[in-house]
Each structure stands twice: as structure tokens, then as C-alpha cells.
Design a protein around this ligand. Structure first.
Ligand SMILES: Nc1ncnc2c1ncn2[C@@H]1O[C@H](COP(=O)(O)OP(=O)(O)OP(=O)(O)O)[C@@H](O)[C@H]1O
Ligand SMILES: [Mg+2]
Length: 260
């Protein structure tokens, strides 16, 4: 089976894209899957998290055809292969076609290709188009949730809404306040959010700090649960449509309503 491409996407910065990417890569490698992680964020979030992966050949060299992706990949102690980002991704966002062409070289010799992205609409079009599965991270606050809804809206425009497997809540601190608890409940009950939350943990900050520390057992267990949900869950398409409508201030139509 050719590898599945998982894109981690949000139009908002700092919502846990890189942490979620790292968690999914670590979990996939830990359960014996062959993983390739590609950092498409010009600020190098995942490349920094995978500090030992630093090297001069970047994803731009691959996109410009100077080397193949296979040649550019390097091994990371997490058990994944990776290629680092480059700041000129700021000026050129790879299209779906460019990404497909880049990935064709490795799709048959890995199980999962993970794309970490930049929170900027033109940068998300290619990675969302090339994805088999899309995961949208969010923090539990209104601005982040609105950005998540806008990201779902972008997927709808690109006609890839049904590739979204769910929204992963990240960085939530226990105990939750009444407001954050009801936000999380609403997201989970509607089927939008994964059951797994990447709870706030200093361990995540250390693991993604680029000091080469691997996630501890507890974080790895949480990550494996998330990976299982991403792999097995159907897309909550109807809930996603209503979520976009709510963010645009439209009330969801009752089932069976006829548009005049
Ligand atoms: N579960 C978590 N536990 C602890 N810290 C977290 C968690 N999730 C995210 N953070 C912290 O929140 C900050 C933003 O997270 P992260 O870098 O993953 O977000 P991002 O969406 O990739 O940001 P950017 O848009 O800048 O790339 C980081 O400092 C990260 O360590
Ligand atoms: Mg990031």
C-alpha cells in the first residue's frame, strides 16, 4: 500500500501544529511504521524540534529538482526520516502537483508521510490538496477555534473537507475552567474533536525543544491514541460543515430543510 499523507494544518500560529506533528511521527515510529516527516514551515518548527536533523540539504533543493526526496532524507533517532525546511518557502508555497511529484519517489517505501505546515492560507493549499488525512490542531480559546473553523472552510473551498479526520485539542491545562470544559465537551460531543487531547505537559516542551530528548512513555501513549484515531476515524463531514457555518455566523439548517 502506498504511504498515507497526513497534513497538519491551521490558519493560526502557535496552536500546536508542530507538537501534533512530532507526536504523530513519534507514535508512528514507535509502533513500527515507516515514517517520513517533511517540514513545510519556513520558520522551521519541526526542523528545530528534530534538532539532530539539521543539515544543509533542504526541501527547497528537492522542490527545485537538485536532489530527489530520497537523497535528501536523513535519519532521526526517533526512527523517522526527515527533510528540513527552508526560509524561501515563505516566497514559494509548493502546489499539490509539486508535492505529489516530490512524494511519488518515496510513497511505496514508507507507511506515513507527515507534512507540518505554515499558518498562512497560500501555504496550506498544496499540503491540504496533497493530503489523504488532515488534522487540525486548536487550543481551547475562541480565537483559535475560529481559526480552526476558517481552516475547515478553506478545506471545503478546496473540496477536501472529507479528508479532515478531526480537530485535536492541544496545550489544554488541567483542571479545565468551566468555559474550557464546555468548549471541549461541545467539540467532542459534536464529533469534531478527537477523543485524545494533547494535554499541556512540560514534557512536550522538552521533547520538541530540539535537545534530542525523546517523548516519555506517558506522552507516547497519548500520541499512539491520537494516531489510532487519525488512522481509523471517519471524517465528521456534517459536523465540519456546521462548524464552518457557525464561524460565519450562519445557523445550521435543520436536517431536511429546503433552501427556497
Ligand atoms: N501539549 C502541549 N504541552 C505543552 N506545550 C505545548 C503543547 N502544545 C503546544 N505547546 C507549546 O505551545 C507553543 C506552540 O506550539 P507549536 O509550536 O506546536 O505550535 P505551532 O502551531 O506549530 O506554532 P507555529 O505556527 O509557530 O508553527 C510551543 O511553545 C509549544 O511548546
Ligand atoms: Mg510549527
Amino acid at each position: 500500500m502506498p504511504a498515507e499523507v497526513i497534513t497538519i494544518a491551521s490558519l493560526k500560529g502557535g496552536v500546536g501544529k508542530t507538537t501534533s506533528s512530532y507526536a504523530l511521527c513519534a507514535a508512528a515510529a514507535a509502533v513500527g511504521l515507516r515514517v517520513i516527516a517533511i517540514d513545510l514551515d519556513p520558520t522551521g518548527g519541526l526542523s528545530n524540534a528534530l534538532e539532530r536533523a539539521k543539515r544543509s540539504v533542504t526541501v527547497i533543493d528537492v522542490l527545485h529538482g537538485r536532489v530527489t526526496l530520497r537523497e535528501a532524507l536523513i535519519d532521526h533517532p526517533l526512527g523517522i526520516r526527515t527533510v528540513v525546511s527552508h526560509r524561501s518557502l515563505n516566497d514559494e508555497s509548493p502546489s499539490k502537483e509539486q508535492l505529489d511529484e516530490m512524494l511519488v519517489d518515496v510513497r511505496d517505501d514508507c507507511d506515513i508521510i507527515l507534512l507540518d505546515t505554515h499558518p498562512h492560507e497560500p501555504s496550506l493549499v498544496g499540503p491540504m490538496g496533497a493530503a489523504d488525512r488532515i488534522v487540525i490542531p486548536t487550543a481551547l480559546d475562541i480565537l483559535s477555534l475560529r481559526a480552526a473553523a476558517l481552516t475547515v472552510g478553506l478545506a471545503q473551498q478546496l473540496e477536501v473537507l472529507d479528508r479532515i479526520r478531526g480537530i485535536v485539542v492541544t496545550n489544554a491545562k488541567r483542571p479545565l475552567s468551566r468555559i474550557t470544559d464546555s468548549l471541549l465537551n461541545g467539540l467532542t460531543l459534536s464529533g469534531l474533536a478527537f477523543e485524545t487531547v494533547l494535554w499541556y505537559s512540560p514534557g512536550w516542551v522538552v521533547a520538541t525543544s530540539g535537545r534530542g530528548e525523546l517523548p516519555d512513555e506517558e506522552l507516547l501513549t497519548e500520541s499512539k491514541m491520537l494516531l489510532r484515531e487519525v488512522a481509523t476515524r471517519p471524517s465528521p463531514t456534517e459536523a465540519l460543515r456546521q462548524f464552518v457555518g457557525m464561524a460565519q455566523g450562519r445557523r445550521p439548517k435543520p436536517a431536511g430543510a429546503v433552501t427556497p
